[in-house]
Write a protein that binds this ligand. Structure first.
Ligand code: HEM
Length: 234
């Protein structure tokens, strides 16, 4: 991407100054890292609290990737259950619960309410995702709900919607999918205590867990075979 911006600098130097390029790269790092990392932490927490879901995800990986090689980005479209886990995690714990503030550029109507131009608008995605009139059993973690086509627009908006929606949505799904898939494929996971892991939300720009996740893991055989395979390919 930096290559692309630098080549644009050659054709439009008055716009693509070093400062603009630095700003673009900075915003991608700021908007893309904590959000993806926090989503991973919530996903692992939910999986540890729902071992049946974790087992089903591992079985899906066994079927579509196998035990002889590590998961690759190209496997992701086949891993529908893993994708449902990510969607369900983002539904229950959207890491940008109020999206980002928007301002109406003109007088408009939203949901029957008259909004004057210049009004600051906040969208409570967290509340929409947990609204019992919109979702059945909204506080439960049920990735299966997405297997039945539960994907209507405006019900699930962890990335916002419309022309100011998150431009990193595709990258986020790939990064979280690959990282989460790798953690599930390569390790056997366990909680550190018998009780459920606390899922209280803390405060922060991207909604963190109040208590950072602690868990135990044991490396699986695939770590050895997968690393050997990687070494041979280098
Ligand atoms: C799980 C991961 C992520 C979540 C939940 C997330 C969520 C969001 C949300 C809610 C917004 C505001 C949308 C709105 O205004 O209504 C946003 C904006 C944005 N995101 Fe993401 N994001 C994620 C990952 C990423 C990644 C990986 C990148 C790029 C590397 C990225 C880049 C951006 C940028 C540049 C904006 C500002 C867009 C604009 O104002 O036009 N995000 N994101």
């Amino acid at each position: 991407m930096i290559d692309h911006l630098l080549s644009l600098q050659k054709t439009e130097p008055e716009y693509y100054t070093d400062d603009i390029i630095k700003g673009l790269v900075l915003v991608l790092i700021l908007a893309g890292t904590d959000t993806s990392a926090a989503t991973m932490e919530w996903a692992m927490t939910l999986l540890l609290n729902h071992p049946d879901v974790l087992k089903k995800a591992k079985a899906e990986l066994d079927i579509h990737v196998g035990k002889d090689r590590l998961i690759e980005e190209s496997d992701l479209p086949k891993l529908r259950y893993l994708q449902s886990i990510i969607s369900e995690t983002l539904r229950v714990f959207p890491v940008a619960p109020l999206l980002v503030p928007h301002m109406s550029s003109d007088d408009c109507q939203v949901g029957g309410f008259d909004i004057p131009g210049g009004t600051l608008l906040l969208i409570n995605a967290w509340a929409i995702h947990r609204d019992p009139q919109v979702w059945e059993d909204p506080t439960s973690f049920i990735p299966e709900r997405f297997e039945n086509g539960e994907r209507e627009n405006y019900k699930l908006i962890p990335f916002g919607t419309g022309r100011r929606a998150c431009p990193g949505v595709g990258l986020a799904h790939r990064v979280v999918g690959l990282a989460l898939g790798s953690l599930i494929q390569c390790y056997d996971w366990k909680k550190i205590s018998k009780t459920s892991i606390d899922t209280t939300e803390g405060k922060g720009l991207t909604m963190p867990k109040l208590e950072p996740l602690e868990a135990m893991c044991k490396a699986c055989e695939i770590i050895k075979t997968g690393s050997l395979e990687l070494e041979n390919n280098i």
